[in-house]
Design a protein around this ligand. Sequence first.
Ligand code: NAD
Length: 260
Amino acid sequence: MAELSGKSVYITGGASGIGRAVVEGLVNEGAFVTVLDRSAEGLQELEQQFGDKIRTITGDVTIYEDHQRAVETAVDAFGKLDVLISNAGVFDAFAKFVNVTPEALSEAYDVLFSINVKGSFFAAKAAVDELKRTRGNIIFTVSGAGFYPDGGGVWYTASKHAQIGLMRQLAFELAPDIRVNAVAPGGTLTALSVIPPLRPFVNVVDNETKAKSIKTRNPLKIVMASEDHVGAYLLLASDKARAITGEVISSDGGLAVRGL
Ligand code: NAD
């Protein structure tokens, strides 16, 4: 995908899982990548692997200034910003609404919505001026939970619906300068973490059980790995997708054709 050669991309949550695989895919296609993550250790590993192709920022997506630092870093290092990928996210591990106390409900709402939703608002706000200059694009990582029930509990499901709303409205407001899209991965084996306020209310399942459940639910009967979603990001990021905005690419083994 020669279109990505020399592009400057800012991604959040790139130190692990899906984001990590996307960073690798981008670098392999000749892009320069700036990664914001709260895992200093994960970022260090990225630096060792990718050297001068990347820049890293240890920070938190709930802090606007951290996004500003990341955008400044990308522009200083690589001269511009072409693509934002807002990917960092956390999970509620299917916590059941009826079981959770009002206090935990409130705390879980604040923590999860701050990361999954406000983190995406902040990333887009910090990047918008630079993206306008390059007529660039934004990609949000959403989820099958952005369309269907039972991809998580109410917190996660509502947050992913909210991100799709943010994506659609921004696609409308930022046209014709900036394309705005999303990728909706299905269940994938990663380290996606359960937020602390909900930990007393959920059973954390091992990877084998998770893999079985993922395989049973999707029509292609595959256990998805992070690498399986990379192609969708590379397409949307590139000029090959110049006519695509306001869309979600589902990379989920076919949940839409699951039937009853
Ligand atoms: P992951 O835990 O492997 O990766 C998430 C990354 O985000 C981690 O590196 C983590 O340190 C970082 N992060 C979390 N909170 C942060 C914060 N406040 N500030 C900065 N960095 C932060 O999980 P993943 O599964 O790769 O998740 C990536 C995205 O994919 C999320 O948006 C998630 O909702 C979405 N997703 C995951 C699945 C799945 O089954 N794993 C399915 C659909 C969508």
